[in-house]
Design a protein around this ligand. Structure first.
Ligand SMILES: NC(=O)C1=CN([C@@H]2O[C@H](COP(=O)(O)OP(=O)(O)OC[C@H]3O[C@@H](n4cnc5c(N)ncnc54)[C@H](OP(=O)(O)O)[C@@H]3O)[C@@H](O)[C@H]2O)C=CC1
Ligand SMILES: N[C@@H](CC=O)C(=O)O
Length: 814
């Protein structure tokens, strides 16, 4: 015998019922089957809702009843041939009239007992089993609707009745053996020995199927739903979840208990007691393998089989010196909870015995607190036990897998991946069986935690990065273009999945949790951008609380830089070419770096110096490997180098500055380059990387332009002042050129002192040949004493800078 159970979604429409029929017919021998069905999808909720309306005296219950009637009569019309319809309709109406009478009674007395509610609820399965049996007959499968009163016998715990197995097993065997027709059994419904209708709890149809399977010593129990088996995590919350091929009963029990809703937890026990394999299958994809639950599953390599979670958890802690070494405390604590029928989901106790903490459903928290405080009244009055502490709005996350036993590093991986994503673990529990590691976290972090852990344990080969890009100007737009061109390759070759979740400039922002398509970011930004500012953007980003979130600041804006602390505190990594934060006061620079390290996230700003050139990384590698840096010197400004290489008698200063802007070398405000401030920021950042606590005021700058060209004035004024000075400059430059020399803006740091100066270098000097917008940086160190280590190359421009930002992003994935 094989027992097949079809859930509400599998029987929700006549079309689906025909799919169920196909599944039934696909079995070798229909005579060897028993089918258990749920009510048509949504009908149980509807029946409960209708009862509540009637109880409130709301005549709207009649409307609901009408809808239920129409739904079932439509099913008759669609599934049954006209010649048989009237008899079946009469039977359906007979049942519905009975239901109407009960609801009329509820309406009149305005009272709905659990017993009545069970009776009303039973109509969903009674109707569905009758109609499905008739549909089977219609299609050549001899079947009959089983009478629930002949099958599962329970106590009188209405709403969640306890099965009396001995009598149930005997009845099931007697009723279902030696029948030539396929029994279609209403799930969820039971009956007391006195004939009162009960229900087995929501999800109880699975349980009915397992009870029947065990009573009949079935060869297998098949639970047919609308998903491809038990998944590695809840697919509604973890989109990368995948079906688990095989599980042990214990693993399935743990996962279902911890929220994997595909199977009702009590279902496992009857199957386990008779070692009946359970198959979880998809009615809508019957060819998919689904999940097989057995005593000895084929074990995969993976130590963790699945991840589940329970929300709305409260942690209840009792502590105090009076608990240390005192026997019977735990017994009284748990006894008080048991008396109040409070279900304990998780327990932890410090080895000092100073406290006991339990995780319970939040709705039980106050009741539990009162019960415990009453139990320990004397100790609390004596001050040796504290009042009960309650923490609400929590969730339990459970990692399940038999193979975790004796596999070192699982807890470490769990905690470090949560930690890296800023998820605080409030409590931890692990049984000695090592089948389950549970931790309690804030409820707001639940989804992020599920995705983080899922990625760590199941998709370690695919890393999803969630990008929030600020700035769509020269660098920002080029970065988005580069990622668009490379995203597919990154996925294929490095298994990095980069998603653009948020994008903003100074005026508007767009968000898409699923990812803004790279190819269409411009249209989407233009068409769907909502008025925003950086505070709104950052708040929304924090609210989304996504794992592996990276904030990419492609602006030169101080307000954007001012958000870094907030972001790092929330364990969000930062990648930026914006030099403002790293070159602000030393305290801020240090604080951001320390915060990033503390939170286990990255604050990467390689492009702050030399754009895409590996300047900061070269320096830090030298230092980390034990070298001592004596001197840093070089040309650090692409704009200024371009200017000195390009300006001539025919091409005046203002023209070249405009060109540098058009070519994307210059800062949004070119005076930052011309004043030497940009270079000062760069040399200071490098000095700080060596450990020097330099401030910007400490950098000695000798400007080459008069003050009126550099002052904070409207841009028109700037251009005018520059033009009035350019002939003077050209005269000086020509003079230098006539001596076979050229101008170079050189920055240096040595002995804790940094300076920026305009130098005249002759053709023999290595700086002379640094062409275009290139940079050159010389590191003189203990190891590179006589011959400095030189990094040279393109030091400005959209492509190289964006490439450097992109490389930092990939560095985070790695
Ligand atoms: N160009 C280069 O070679 C290099 C540049 N860098 C650095 O890269 C950064 C970007 O430079 P670049 O792309 O040339 O600058 P752009 O001026 O071209 O772009 C700046 C972007 O920042 C946006 N922005 C400004 N303020 C805000 C704000 N408060 N909130 C949100 N967005 C804002 C602007 O928005 P809007 O369009 O609405 O004004 C614009 O989209 C700078 O810090 C620069 O120093 C570093 C190395 C090399
Ligand atoms: N404006 C800068 C760009 C890089 O930081 C430069 O010209 O070097």
């Amino acid at each position: 015998m094989i027992v097949l159970k079809f859930g509400g979604s599998s029987v929700s429409t006549p079309e689906n019922i025909l799919k169920v029929l196909a599944v039934v017919k696909s079995h070798a021998s229909v005579n060897e089957l028993a089918v258990v069905v749920s009510a048509f999808g949504g009908v149980t909720d509807s029946l409960i809702n209708t009862s509540r309306l009637a109880e409130k005296g709301d005549l709207a219950y009649k409307e609901e009843l009408k809808k239920l009637e129409e739904r079932h009569l439509t099913a008759v019309k669609e599934l049954i041939h006209a010649t048989r319809q009237s008899a079946i309709i009469a039977n359906v109406k007979f049942l519905l009239n009975e239901l109407e009478d009960i609801l009329q009674g509820v309406y009149l007395v305005k009272e709905l007992s659990l017993k009545t509610l069970d009776f009303v609820s039973s109509f969903g399965e009674r109707l569905s089993s009758y109609l499905i049996a008739e549909a089977f007959k219609e299609n050549g499968v001899p079947a009959f609707a089983a009478d629930y009163r002949q099958l599962i016998i329970t106590d009188r715990t209405y709403g969640n009745a306890k099965v009396k197995f001995e009598v149930t097993n005997a009845r099931v065997k007697q009723y279902l053996t030696n029948t030539n027709e396929l029994p279609v059994i209403p799930g969820f419904v039971g009956t007391t020995e006195h004939g009162e209708t009960t229900t087995l709890g929501r999800g109880g149809s699975d349980y009915t199927a397992a009870i029947v399977a065990a009573a009949l010593d079935s060869a297998s129990l098949e639970i047919w739903t609308d998903v491809n088996g038990m998944m590695t995590a809840d697919p509604r919350r973890v989109k990368n979840a995948i079906p688990i091929e095989e599980l042990s009963y214990e693993e399935a029990l743990e996962l279902s208990y911890f929220g994997a809703k595909i199977i009702y937890p009590p279902t496992i026990q009857p199957a386990l007691s008779k070692k009946i394999p359970i198959r979880l299958k998809n009615t809508f994809e019957p060819a998919a393998p689904g999940t097989l639950i057995t005593q000895n599953p084929r074990q995969s390599e993976a130590p963790v089989k699945g991840i589940a979670s329970i929300e709305n958890i409260a942690l209840l802690t009792i502590s105090g010196s009076g608990m240390v070494g005192a026997s019977g405390i735990a017994m009284r604590f748990f006894g008080a909870l048991a008396n109040q029928k409070v279900n304990v989901i998780l327990i932890t106790q410090a080895s000092s015995e100073h406290s006991i903490t339990v995780g319970i459903n939040q709705r039980d928290a106050t009741r539990a607190q009162l019960a415990i405080e009453q139990e320990f009244q004397l100790e609390i009055q004596a001050g040796i036990v504290d009042k009960v502490n309650i923490q609400n709005d929590l969730a339990i996350l459970a990692l399940v897998g038999l193979n975790m036993k004796n596999t070192p590093g699982i807890a470490g991986k769990l905690f470090s991946s949560l930690g890296r994503n800023g998820i605080n673990i409030i409590a931890i529990a692990q049984g000695t069986s090592e089948l389950n590691i549970s931790c309690v976290i804030q409820k707001k972090d639940e989804e992020k935690a599920l995705n983080t852990i899922h990625e760590a344990f199941f998709l370690s080969d695919i890393k999803t990065l969630h990008l929030f890009v600020v700035g769509t100007g020269t660098v920002g737009a080029t970065l988005l273009k580069q990622i668009k061109n490379q995203a597919f390759n990154l996925y294929k070759t490095l298994a990095i999945d980069i998603k653009l979740i948020g994008l903003t400039n100074s005026k508007q922002a767009v968000f898409n949790e699923k990812g803004i398509p790279w190819a269409q970011w411009e249209e989407i930004f233009e068409q769907k951008g909502q008025e925003s500012n950086i505070e709104i953007f950052v708040e929304r980003m924090a609210e989304l609380n996504l794992p592996n979130a990276i904030f990419v600041d492609c602006t030169a804006n101080p307000d954007v830089a001012a958000t870094y602390k907030f972001l790092l505190e929330r364990s969000i990594s930062i990648v930026t070419p914006n030099k403002i934060a790293a070159s602000s006061n030393y305290h801020t620079y240090k604080e951001l770096k320390t915060l990033a390290a503390k939170r286990g996230v990255k604050y990467l700003y390689e492009t702050n110096v030399g754009a895409g050139l590996p300047i900061i990384s070269t320096l830090t590698d030298l230092i980390r490997s034990g070298d001592t840096v004596h001197k840093i010197e070089g040309i650090f400004s692409g704009t200024m180098n371009y200017l000195f290489n390009t300006v001539s008698a025919d091409k005046k200063l203002s023209t070249v500055v405009q060109e540098a802007m058009d070519l994307g070398y210059a800062e949004p405000d070119p005076r930052i380059d011309l004043s030497g401030k940009d270079v000062a920021r760069k040399i200071m950042i490098l000095a700080r990387e060596t450990g020097d606590n330099l401030e910007l005021e400490d950098v000695h700058i000798k400007p080459f332009l008069p003050a009126n060209c550099l002052q904070d004035s409207p841009m028109d004024q700037f251009w005018q002042n520059l033009r009035s000075y350019e002939d003077t400059f050209e005269g000086q430059r020509a003079e230098v050129e006539s001596q076979g020399k050229g101008y170079r803006l050189v920055a240096s740091w040595e002995d804790g002192k940094a300076r920026i100066e305009l130098r005249e270098v002759d053709k023999s000097h290595p700086f002379y040949s640094v062409s275009g917008s290139d940079n050159i940086i010389l590191f003189t160190t203990e190891r590179y004493k006589t011959q400095p280590l030189i990094v040279k190359g393109s030091g400005a421009g959209a492509e190289v800078t964006a490439a450097g930002v992109f490389a930092d992003i990939i560095r985070i994935a790695n």
